[in-house]
Structure formats: structure tokens, C-alpha cells
Design a protein around this ligand. Structure first.
Ligand code: NAI
Length: 327
């Protein structure tokens, strides 16, 4: 049987953590033959650490055959020791009345510390997924704080936006989500993201031709996907958690086990593709194989798409500028 791998999860006692850990331990993320050791990080305060112990008691009570070990930590320097995968979920989300600069600076400190800790103690091949918002910029900060690790191993989660877009397109076209290929989401995990079905197909047929309604695209589809997080908060009184955890599983599984030629969306550092400046952590269409992702190249960007891409890029560059003094 396979040797266990180490999976670090931060914010492990939070809502997403609660929807995520059990699925990792059951083998849904890395395969039903891959034992895992969970290295769980929470803030060191008594309350969150106690809640984390409770979650670990429940993990124990599931008697997952693939759960080869678990640890509770209050310090990233121990939580990330030798870790093969790191899911950075814990962060300080924006609270009512909080200035953007304040949010960026609080998270800047968290993700500088976690980036440095990964740099110091994680496996040299660690694959990092940042979920905690602002996800793209937090991933950028962590990458910049870990100069000895490959920059392409730092990624941000756009997969929830991707999955939201898939469901909206399936409903509009009366097709099944599993039949839709070549959909993607460009840019920032924020309402400025650009979900793009121009290349999407269902059994070889063009989704754009099936929909044939640019007014719906611009005024219904994009706002629905972009504001979906807010709609969930409004309905549930809490932010999306199970769907976010599901997207994290999808992102890591496809990265590690491959997407079989299919496009998926990942937030990854640009190498200059599509005019996105190097290192900007940007949602791109990718295919994955053998533990590596490759950005899909050569797609035509029409005027409407360029305008949307410019807008989400501008927002990311403003966020980057907002944390530049910390790095
Ligand atoms: P939550 O508030 O329920 O849990 C967050 C947990 O992180 C808390 O238990 C907190 O103690 C912990 N935490 C905070 N700072 C930490 C640190 N420095 N180290 C370790 N743990 C720390 O929040 P929830 O609902 O689980 O969401 C987590 C994050 O994910 C939020 O930032 C949220 O905005 C983001 N999110 C991102 C999505 C995406 O698509 N990228 C989708 C949904 C949520």
C-alpha cells in the first residue's frame, strides 16, 4: 500500500474546514488508495484550539481507513513540517466597515508568515492552494514569501466560480454539467471574475451558439456567478462552505491526479500569458497531468472579453500594490 502523504489545512475549525476534512480523510481528494496524515492549524487561542479538538474527535469517530494520523497545531512552523499539500483556508474575511487596506494588511501578515513557514519546513514539492480571501492576493503573498519553493506550486481557488458557472450554463442550455467542456473563469476570485463560455462545448456543439444571447451573458450570467457568494450569505446567513470545500477538493484532485485532457480553472501565477504580467495570480483555463498544470494557450480574446479581463486584472494589480510595502 502507498506511503501516507501529509496534508496541512489551516482554519481547520472553521466552516469550510468542517466540510473539507472529512472528505480529504475519506480519500475523495487524493484517491481511495492514498493514506493521509492531517496537520491541522488553527489560531493558538483556546476557543479555536478546543473546537479543533472536537473536529478531530469526530474524524476519529469516522474510523476512516485512509486516515493515517492527525495533529493539531497553533504554529505554521510545526503545522507545515514536511507537508506535501497545504490548503490555506484560514484568513480574516472582510468584516462590515473594514477598509480594504486594513483587510489586505491583516491578511498580508498571515500569508507572509505562512509563506515563510512553508519555505522553511514544507516538502520541496509542496502543492499549495489558497482558499482564504482575498484568495488570489493571499496566494501571491505566500508565493513571494517562499522564494526557495517553485512559484508554480502556489495556486488560488477559482474553482468555485468555475463550478458555479457550469451549473448556470447547464440550466440555461438544458444540458448536464458533466457534459460541458472548455468553460473557464479568468482573473480574480471576486465579483470582477470573467466566466467565459465562448469556447465551451456540449458533445461537440458550441455552448455560445446554443445560448446565442449576449444580453443574457452580460446582464444575467456574469452578475449571477459574480455575486453568487453574496446571494448565499443573504440566503443562508453564512458564507458558502460546503461548495467551497467541494471546489477545493476538485482543484487539488485534478492538480494531483490529472484532468484527463479536460479544462479546469486554477488561479496560478502568470508567465505573461494573455498579456497578464508575470506573477499576477490569475484565473486561467488549464489542463493538468502528472502533478503539473499547463495554461491553455492561443485562445482568441475578443473586445468584450478583453474589457472584462482588463477590469479583473486592474483589481488584482491594485490589491498587489496594496501589499507591496509588506513584501
Ligand atoms: P470561518 O470563519 O468559519 O473559519 C476560518 C477559520 O480560520 C477560523 O476557525 C479561524 O480561527 C481560522 N483562522 C484565522 N486566521 C488563521 C490563521 N492565521 N491560521 C490558522 N487559522 C486561522 O470561515 P470559512 O467560512 O471557513 O471561510 C474561510 C475563508 O475562505 C474565508 O476567508 C472566506 O472568505 C474564504 N472563502 C473563499 C472562497 C473561494 O472561492 N476562494 C469561497 C468561500 C470562502
Amino acid at each position: 500500500s502507498k506511503k501516507p502523504v501529509r496534508v496541512a489545512v489551516t482554519g481547520a475549525a472553521g466552516q469550510i474546514g468542517y466540510a473539507l476534512l472529512f472528505r480529504i480523510a475519506s480519500g475523495e481528494m487524493l484517491g481511495k488508495d492514498q493514506p493521509v496524515i492531517l496537520q491541522l492549524l488553527e489560531v493558538p487561542a483556546e476557543g479555536p484550539q478546543k473546537a479543533l479538538k472536537g473536529v478531530m474527535m469526530e474524524l476519529e469517530d469516522c474510523a476512516f481507513p485512509l486516515l493515517a494520523g492527525m495533529e493539531a497545531h497553533g504554529d505554521p512552523m510545526t503545522a507545515f513540517k514536511d507537508t506535501d499539500y497545504a490548503l490555506l483556508v484560514g484568513s480574516m474575511p472582510r468584516k462590515q466597515g473594514m477598509e480594504r487596506a486594513e483587510l489586505l494588511s491583516i491578511n498580508g501578515k498571515i500569508f507572509i508568515g505562512q509563506g515563510k513557514a512553508l519555505d522553511a519546513v514544507a516538502s520541496r514539492n509542496v502543492k499549495v492552494l489558497v482558499v482564504g480571501n482575498p484568495a488570489n492576493t493571499n496566494a501571491y503573498i505566500a508565493m513571494k514569501s517562499a522564494p526557495s519553493l517553485p512559484r508554480e506550486n502556489f495556486t488560488a481557488m477559482l474553482r468555485l466560480d468555475h463550478n458555479r458557472a457550469l451549473s448556470q450554463v447547464a440550466a440555461k442550455t438544458g444540458t448536464k454539467v458533466g457534459e460541458i467542456e472548455k468553460l473557464t473563469v479568468w482573473g480574480n476570485h471576486s465579483p470582477t471574475m470573467y466566466a467565459d463560455y465562448r469556447f465551451a462545448t456540449v458533445n461537440g456543439k458550441s455552448v455560445k451558439d446554443m445560448i446565442n444571447d449576449q444580453e443574457w451573458n452580460a446582464n444575467v450570467f456574469l452578475p449571477t456567478v459574480g455575486k453568487r457568494g453574496a446571494a448565499i450569505i443573504e440566503a443562508r446567513g453564512l458564507s458558502s462552505a460546503a461548495s467551497a470545500a467541494n471546489a477545493a477538493i476538485d482543484h487539488m484532485r485534478d492538480w494531483v491526479l490529472g484532468s484527463s485532457g479536460k479544462w479546469v480553472t486554477m488561479g496560478v501565477p502568470s508567465n505573461g500569458e494573455y498579456g497578464i504580467p508575470k506573477d499576477v495570480m490569475f484565473g486561467f483555463p488549464v489542463t493538468t497531468q502528472g502533478g503539473k498544470y499547463e495554461i491553455v494557450k492561443g485562445l482568441e480574446i475578443d473586445a468584450f472579453s478583453q474589457e472584462r479581463i482588463n477590469k479583473t486584472l486592474k483589481e488584482l494589480q491594485d490589491e498587489q500594490a496594496g501589499v507591496a510595502h509588506l513584501l
